[in-house]
Design a protein. Sequence first.
Length: 212
Amino acid sequence: MNENNIRQRIIEAGRERFFATGFSKVTMDELVGELGISKKTMYKHFPSKDELVDAITDWQMIHVASRVKEIVNSPIGFIERNHNLWSFIGEMYSRISKQYRDDMRRFRPDLWKRIEEFGRERLFDTATKLIDEGIKVGVFRKDVNKDILVIIYVSAVQAVLNAEVLSQHSFSAKEAFDEILRVVFDGTLTDDARREYRAICCPPDKDETRLK
């Protein structure tokens, strides 16, 4: 296995472990044992846990940006692209535990600020472009104010996905994302577009999964 593959294995293993349990209590020795590599190999690629956290963050941002671009530019219909996009973002958020967020805020506030700025800018940019397209193809009601819609949606996402908010409720980040999108779309899509969206994201057998 070449050096790039080893480095990528370390990043992916660290990401899965850190996202699930936080990184403050996970030691580099534990990761060495899980990966079946030597300490020398680990520290050759990542001399410290901070450097591994940095690399994981960089990789995750590249992955998210690439996947968002792929979904937005896919040849499927507008409604389905929206559903796929926000489902992906919801899944990404749902993989990040409260412990990881707490660790980032406490031990790496510089990196957490960068992550928040990336998410906010990416969310605003993508939401604005998709709403512009939706207006052009006629899926949004004509009386909808695009700028207000973007603010409402992004603000709702940021508020509900706050770690403290989620910790007080039984629903997951993925469920929160789905419900926010359903509420926003129910109030802004045309009748035909709303029916199409519901057929894609909320068929009758999924009604029981909606937030109460």
